[in-house]
Design a protein around this ligand. Structure first.
Ligand SMILES: Nc1ncnc2c1ncn2[C@@H]1O[C@H](COP(=O)(O)OP(=O)(O)OP(=O)(O)O)[C@@H](O)[C@H]1O
Ligand SMILES: [Mg+2]
Length: 242
């Protein structure tokens, strides 16, 4: 069953057509990789799915209900969580408080004490429990990225949208991140995974989409997509050894 179904989604910013009739589906417990050159529309598609941007036209269905024009809050309550390409933690809060807010102000409206307790549990899942009481501003990039994942997980999502969560990490940190993303699938969560490192995406994704200049360029298994001449051409001169 499709958890997410985007049909002919177009997004214009004034004269700029960031997405031009993009179709995109995600199934239950599936990791879908989303790649494409800089400016191809990946983040814009994620924002249209999460609701921080509204599609100009086309439709987006989540678990069988149309959400094309729903508020970001409604989508979050329905089970969609995202991370941001540039982490957006609450700077003056501690690490565990950052995760606790998702429990206190999210679907469950838990008390502060209960929120902190649940927050600690999520930090354990992403390996940040030792940093629970630190100020977020003291975290390294690697820790901030994992905190982004923890904040998304705290929403107990059915679908998690990851925008370059491993960008800028060293190989061992990235490997840790990939294991974490792989474990989401085992919990039955669906994942949309954007990363510039196409090989990293290919190694994790059940299926991949390639966008180019706001349009669908290719879709299929990692093997199919990486062998597609159109995909290779789109990346020529880029930073990818597809
Ligand atoms: N808020 C905005 N206002 C105007 N144009 C925008 C806005 N957001 C994105 N764009 C434009 O839309 C296009 C797609 O941008 P988007 O950020 O979705 O690409 P991307 O694939 O995520 O790129 P990157 O790999 O660099 O993160 C680009 O041409 C970008 O300049
Ligand atoms: Mg982007």
């Amino acid at each position: 069953m499709n958890v997410l179904e985007c049909t002919e989604v177009t997004k214009r910013f004034g004269g700029v057509v960031a997405l031009d009739g993009v179709s995109f589906t995600v199934q239950e417990a599936e990791i879908v990789g989303l790649v494409g050159p800089n400016g191809s529309g990946k983040t814009t598609l994620l924002s249209c799915i999460a609701g921080s941007l509204r599609a100009t036209s086309g439709s987006i269905d989540f678990r069988g209900a149309e959400i094309t024009r729903a508020t970001p809050n409604r989508r979050a309550r329905a089970g969609i969580a995202r991370t941001f390409q540039v982490p957006k933690p609450l700077g003056s809060f501690t690490v565990v408080e950052n995760v606790a807010t998702a429990f206190m102000f999210g679907r469950d409206k838990l008390s502060r004490i209960e929120g902190l307790k649940r927050g600690l549990r999520v930090l354990q899942e992403v390996g940040l429990q030792a940093h629970a009481d630190r100020e977020v501003s003291a975290l390294t990039l690697h820790e901030r990225k994992f905190l982004e994942i923890a904040r998304a997980l705290a929403l107990d999502p059915q679908l998690i949208l990851l925008d370059e969560v491993l960008g800028g990490l060293n190989p061992s940190e990235a490997a840790e991140g990939m294991a974490l993303i792989g474990s989401l699938r085992e919990r039955g969560v669906s994942v949309v995974y954007i990363e510039h490192n196409v090989q990293a995406v290919a190694s994790l994704a059940d299926r991949m989409y390639v966008l180019n200049q706001g349009r669908n360029l290719a879709e299929g298994s990692a093997q199919e997509v990486l062998a597609d001449p159109a995909v290779i051409a789109a990346y020529l001169g880029g930073d990818v050894d597809a």
